[in-house]
Design a protein around this ligand. Sequence first.
Ligand code: ADP
Ligand code: MG
Length: 402
Amino acid sequence: MADALTGIQSIRDLAIENKRLFIRVDFNVPMDGERVTDDTRIREALPTIKHAMERGAKVILASHLGRPKKGPDPKFSLVPAGAKLAELLGAEVHVPEDCVGDAAKKVVYDLREGQVCLLENLRFHPEEEKDDPAFAEQLKSLCDVYVDDAFGSVHRAHASVHALPKMMRERGCGFLLEKEIAALGNLVLKPDKPYVAVLGGAKVSDKIAVVEALLQQVDALIVGGAMANTFLAATGKDMKKSLVEADKLALARTIVENARDKGVALVLPVDAVVAKSIDAASGTTCSVDAIPDGEMMLDIGPKTVELFSKRFADAKSVFWNGPMGLFEKEPFSAGTFGVARALAASPAFTVVGGGDSAAAVHAAGEDVAKGMKHISTGGGASLELIEGKKLPGIEVLRSDPS
Ligand code: ADP
Ligand code: MG
């Protein structure tokens, strides 16, 4: 059976010694003025960068940062990210003032083996987001070998992840991207069964495509979070003041019917943590059949955590996206953290995708995060991959791109 990585070379297998190696990284880090407030993404790229340095490549890193509107804007400079990287590597990191042209060439051509530079924000050129071949050609003139390690960007056909690798004969993936494709791609291609999906988060409307795709693949679909409110309302529960997407009730009913037809167990919460507002200092637990007037469901209750956890116990694969409640607020975090702990303890192949979901797992504790088999670094990209979509930045890396 085909493997998710079929036709994609790993940086391990590419001849990078003495070569000018372009590595597309994801340094789209949160910033406060000129300070990087969370360097996780930079740290996560270190194994690939260090590997390249140790093998004597001349390393050219490139990334986007934020959404600069028109041209260069110091607010979106990668200089602080470069300084952070230099600190983490204990090595000098040159940052030319532009990612293409003479400034970039000068720095790149001066690189010696094992040295690193970080090109300035790719999005200072609007051509990046347009997948512009002429812009890609300018990037190509800087390098001999291309490696993509920016999973968060592979669902977009942008020049640095699509037009550029398309032009490069020597191309492949870094360690981070390799891990993402192996974990998520193989969950789509050949999941060990029973395969259970846990979905939550803010809205049904954000996740329709994922729900529909997963219904074709999973043995059980577990729904929590605000998303469950709409499903519970669709099955006749009075959700009182809870957030319910009225225009998605019919769709939720269709999904319930489709699940039944397919023999997929659709598991909904049986109890809730409710309060009068999202700012309440505490919540009370009740059955989903008895939500008091004027109150809203803000988390799943303990019986639901237990019910969901039973499903994980005999699962072989689990994909989780979307928190089970308003976990950012302590009184409504127990459901999400309880599910996280149960998943971490499960011997199943457990994969977490989604920005807030990944944050929730880390907030549950580092031992919980370590218990997961894979925590995806890409929000949109991980969901699109789970939907079974072919992502432009991944397909282009194959030796025989489709
Ligand atoms: P992800 O980023 O992992 O894909 P989403 O963005 O879909 O997840 O949803 C995350 C948000 O949903 C969180 O901020 C969480 O507080 C919110 N949320 C989940 N359940 C509820 C709920 N019952 N009521 C209000 N907000 C909720
Ligand atoms: Mg989110």
